[in-house]
Design a protein around this ligand. Structure first.
Ligand SMILES: NC(=O)c1ccc[n+]([C@@H]2O[C@H](COP(=O)([O-])OP(=O)(O)OC[C@H]3O[C@@H](n4cnc5c(N)ncnc54)[C@H](OP(=O)(O)O)[C@@H]3O)[C@@H](O)[C@H]2O)c1
Length: 268
């Protein structure tokens, strides 16, 4: 059943994604807040009355979060013990909680398969990773809807710049991406229609190799790595059918190449 859209809402952690969330939620209910560890410096886009100071590592800031508010948790849910204590301090209400996780949660083991297998939400996750422990705790014990998010790109985060600067090379490794505007819409839709306690993969649905991206976009300055390892990483192919089926959202940026062209045009 859709969630009532007029509950107070707190965006916990206001970085890149949260900046794109804010315009979507600003008119949603009279009580929308965004948090930062340094609200005066980092929340200039938020009216002063809607800024909250919150730092997971400073317990005295936890009480700044309204008790009955829904939460969009937009930073890594770690360290575990503070995550557990903070979440426990919130219990007693029927708040909805959406937590942004990462597709790095999936543990591929030593698989050499190429192309790599499709990964849905039933694939094994790596519980030795602190953020995965935090996310799974929140999902199992507090009904969090965990979004396992692929690489986030958009204005100011152009994957072609990652190639130009050598952060990634034109290899056969698969990459999964999601445009930040789609991610922001998905966060809100998951909050309203997601099933508590479920995990959802979030990507645009079409994995690409970096080599294909380079060739299609003809990235100038794409440098092949000298000393490239004999066995290249295969990467992952993230399946996002569950999200699209359950929350029923049309992505605005399902065509990666179209969106990359837009980013390139905006930069020149
Ligand atoms: N970037 C990617 O490609 C990618 C891919 C998959 C998943 N993710 C995950 O998706 C989420 C959103 O990503 P993003 O790139 O939008 O994140 P981001 O820009 O790093 O924003 C997160 C914000 O949360 C606040 N924060 C950090 N640690 C905190 C703490 N201990 N207590 C309270 N607030 C804290 C910081 O804001 P203040 O300094 O103002 O407090 C930070 O700017 C993150 O969990 C990220 O790990 C990212």
């Amino acid at each position: 059943m859709p969630h009532h859209p007029l509950s107070p809402l707190v965006i916990l952690g206001s970085g890149y994604t949260a900046r794109f969330l804010w315009p979507l939620v600003a008119g949603r209910s009279p009580e929308i807040f965004a948090t930062s560890r340094a609200p005066e410096q980092h929340l200039s886009h938020v009216p002063p009355a809607q800024r909250l100071r919150f730092d997971l590592s400073q317990q005295d800031t936890w009480t700044n979060i309204p008790r009955d508010a829904d939460l969009l948790w937009c930073f890594p849910a770690t360290p575990f013990e503070l995550t557990r204590q903070f979440a426990t301090s919130l219990t007693g209400s029927n708040r909805r909680l959406v937590v942004l996780g990462s597709t790095s949660a999936y543990d591929l083991g030593d698989s050499q398969e190429y192309p790599p297998p499709w990964i849905d939400e039933t694939a094994p996750i790596d519980l030795t990773k602190p953020r995965v422990q935090g996310e799974e705790y929140l999902r199992r014990e507090h009904g969090a809807i965990v979004l396992r998010v692929a690489g986030i790109y958009g204005p100011g985060r152009n994957p072609l710049d990652w190639i130009r600067t050598g952060r990634v090379g034109p290899t056969r490794k698969y990459v999964n991406l999601i445009h930040v505007e789609d991610l922001a819409a998905i966060c809100l839709t998951a909050l309203e229609r997601g099933t508590p306690g479920e995990a959802y993969n979030v990507s645009d649905g079409t994995p690409h190799t970096w080599e294909d991206i380079c060739n299609t976009m003809k990235v100038h300055g794409a440098r092949d790595f000298a000393g490239r390892p004999a066995q290249e990483e295969a990467g992952k192919r993230i399946a996002s059918h569950k999200l699209l089926r359950d929350v029923g959202l049309q992505l605005a940026h399902s065509d990666l190449y179209g969106s990359l062209h837009e980013l390139e045009s905006a930069a020149h």
